[in-house]
Ligand binder design. Sequence first.
Ligand code: HXC
Length: 258
Amino acid sequence: QNYEDILVSGVESGVLTIRLNRPDAYNALRTQLLRELADALDTAAADDQVKAVVLTGSDTVFAAGADIKEMASLDVVGVMNDPRPTFWRRIALFPKPIVAAVNGFALGGGCELMMHCDIVIAGDNAQFGQPEINLGIIPGAGGTQRLIRTIGKSMAMQLVLSGEFISAQQARSFGLVSEVTIPERSLERATQLAKKIATKPPIAVRLAKEALLKAYETTLDSGLNLERKAFTLLAATEDRNEGIAAFMEKRKPNFTGK
Ligand code: HXC
């Protein structure tokens, strides 16, 4: 498929790499970019070769947010009829792991896009923020909800109400990202992690992601229930038999995704 705003790699060791590619606009998330990203992820979801996805931007910008120039032309009806929420929804529902490699700015919708990813590796030049307040708006792609669940009330309030940015080290200490590297290594490290995940049994990976994400939106009791159901379901997979047999026989497992 031909994309303009993103670059999609071939699949290598089960990993598909998607690069946001609007360098002149700091990778601002115009409608077309989000549509292309949702399309690329839908294609990746249906492709058995793809076990995990790496999402990245450039060395200096992950994404500076929604495209403010595009947003400027929308009135209230325009915002109500905006197709972008459906693209965000498709991105959120992508069932395979997404590892983000984030260098430079991850602001507004860019920070929200990062929070749609499952694991984030940040370059030490990364800056995170929700500066929407400076434009008279608020985060609109899950920022208020996902931030508070990830970094807690006080820091989420600080980011959203003041528009201040935080550093990669701060983001790591709050749990917004899991590792900080030099910028030149963030993509390599994200890819290494994605390739490792790609060697794991895919049905277990998928159910693990689903169960973990459920923790954001349910009670402990129903989350535990979902976990137990998923755990039980895995007893019906060949990969579980293979994983346990390989352990007993002291050999490497050969997972088939069945
Ligand atoms: C459109 C953008 C943009 C954006 C940067 N650019 N951010 N264009 N939308 N979000 C463009 C600039 O217009 C400029 O192009 C070029 O990218 C470089 O930007 P500069 O400002 O010249 O660079 P710099 O001085 O280095 O400052 C970088 C920056 C700043 C701190 C990232 O650009 C900035 O504050 N950007 C806006 C960040 C923001 O407010 N994001 C939240 C958006 S609202 P030209 O051609 O003009 O020189 C949002 C809502 C989400 O995300 C709702 C759900 C989707």
